[in-house]
Ligand binder design. Sequence first.
Ligand SMILES: *[C@@H]1O[C@H](CO)[C@@H](O)[C@H](O)[C@H]1NC(C)=O
Ligand SMILES: *[C@@H]1O[C@H](CO)[C@@H](O)[C@H](O)[C@H]1NC(C)=O
Ligand SMILES: [Cu+2]
Length: 232
Amino acid sequence: MKTFASLAVAASLAAQAVAHYTFPSLIVGGTTTPAWVNVRQTDNFNTQAPVTDVTSAAFRCYDMTTNPVTQTIAVPAGSTLGIACDQTIYHPGVVNVYMAKAPSGNVSSFNGDGAVWFKVYQISAVTNGGKSISFPAEGVPSVSFTVPKNLPTGQYLVRMEAIALHVASSFGGAQFYLSCGQVSITNGGSGTPGPLVSIPGVYTGYEPGILININYPIPANYTQPGPAVWTG
Ligand SMILES: *[C@@H]1O[C@H](CO)[C@@H](O)[C@H](O)[C@H]1NC(C)=O
Ligand SMILES: *[C@@H]1O[C@H](CO)[C@@H](O)[C@H](O)[C@H]1NC(C)=O
Ligand SMILES: [Cu+2]
């Protein structure tokens, strides 16, 4: 019995490890960058553990303890930018990608303070009047989107946020898997990105798309957290 019990514990620990993930790479020009070279190394690079407090400082780039030294990679406006997971987005949930422009022109010395973040991409849930709910982001190894052609030239943080909703029915239950990449947008335009939000600050944790039971009753609709996507 002892052996069986310890096997069960080992199996459940293994399942937990498999169930968590990070986003250590970008995909630029079809090439996946090495882990933590163009993405600020996150505090959970070993544990893969999520952030659950949306008001914590860690919620911005999750790099409170790593003092990351990160390289900035050139990405043309209008091109496809991807963000890769270290495995797949294992849990059911949704995705938001935010960007913020470094006012000094040097993103390495930019910490993302203030209402400077705008959303460039999202993957929501698909509902069917309470008959079913599905999550197109579940199980994918990466997400990619078109950098708006009108995004001004300059250096930016790109913040990936995958919100896992499998235990989100109590406050603080939603799990946020996130990281910040550093990009230099070239050949940009003259758009004015917005609406602008602060991170943390963008969520309270009580949003209907964050504090939600996805299992029962099946939600009839889903409200994506955060501001509208700026498409340029
Ligand atoms: C950008 O900021 C980083 C971190 O503060 C610094 O090490 C680097 O020298 C700066 N680069 C330029 C070109 O000023
Ligand atoms: C569904 O829509 C209703 C009415 O607009 C809203 O009150 C509720 O929060 C929404 N549910 C979710 C999960 O977004
Ligand atoms: Cu997990």
